[in-house]
Ligand binder design. Structure first.
Ligand SMILES: [Zn+2]
Length: 259
């Protein structure tokens, strides 16, 4: 199946498959990026991960030895990477940098991948926003950090939202709705009411549009936000999904690098 759409191109080179945003490809002389697809997988416990990084990075002309990544703990912590480091981050879920040739990597099985690119100041960000990160507005924190550290103007920042669990599959319960209502107020427009299953009311929540709304509230131009419109659960044949595969789920990776 080819996942290309108006915002996304599905690239196949042998058994290396990945998605790229048409908008970011316009700046292909400035940055490289990709969201990996099966069969290559990237969880920390997968013994093939190092070889898979090497393989996809060779295709993308990226030095896999320079990758910056984290164990990711659903925090709202964003790190500014000023130079390559061998430090292995754990309680970090987002990175920004204005340095060239430092590939920033985040990993996924349903959570929301967000690439930020300030095309004027040439600064990138790579943010892992699961529902906890979305609740904590980690993408807003990354944009604020780009403003503080590199004098970025949100109006110049391109936001690319990769494949994630979309409203069609993101079934939640009352406790989830209560948390989001408490943080954001009036979240009714972000969910649909589903069935009552085993005595529990189910809802279907749209995290993508919540993220889009709060990013536009801090000055991101709506026309600069590009959604992949791809649900990881619907497309489990092409990508890892925790909802679909449970504990067997491996990880996709999202990579972005200035060049
Ligand atoms: Zn779906």
């Amino acid at each position: 199946m080819n996942l290309s759409n108006e915002n996304i191109i599905h690239v196949k080179k042998g058994d290396v498959e990945y998605l790229q945003f048409r908008e970011l490809l316009k700046y292909g002389d400035k940055l490289q990026h990709a969201y990996s697809l099966k069969p290559l997988q990237f969880s920390d416990k997968n013994e093939h991960s190092p070889a898979n990084y090497k393989k996809i990075c060779e295709t993308l002309n990226i030095d896999s030895n320079k990758i910056i990544k984290s164990a990711q703990q659903h925090t709202d912590v964003v790190k500014d990477i000023k130079e390559y480091t061998t430090e292995s981050f754990e309680f970090v879920d987002g990175f920004i940098t204005n340095k060239k040739n430092i590939p920033l990597v985040t990993k996924y099985a349903d959570c929301t991948p967000i690439i930020l690119y300030d095309k004027m100041k040439n600064v990138i960000g790579n943010v892992h926003s699961g529902w906890r990160g979305t609740l904590q507005r980690i993408s807003v924190k990354a944009v604020k950090m780009m403003e503080e550290k590199y004098n970025c103007d949100p109006a110049d920042i391109i936001v690319c939202i990769g494949p994630c669990i979309k409203q069609c599959h993101f079934q939640v319960e009352e406790d989830f709705i209560a948390k989001f209502n408490q943080e954001f107020g009036n979240v009714e427009k972000y969910y649909k009411t589903g069935k009552v299953i085993e005595g529990k009311q189910k809802y279907y929540f749209d995290t993508t549009n919540l993220i889009i709304d709060y990013l536009t509230e801090i000055g991101i131009n709506r026309a600069n936000i590009f959604d992949s419109n791809i649900c990881s659960v619907c497309n489990v044949a092409n990508m890892s999904s925790y909802r679909a595969e449970k504990e067997k789920a491996d990880r996709n990776m999202n990579i972005v690098m200035l060049k």
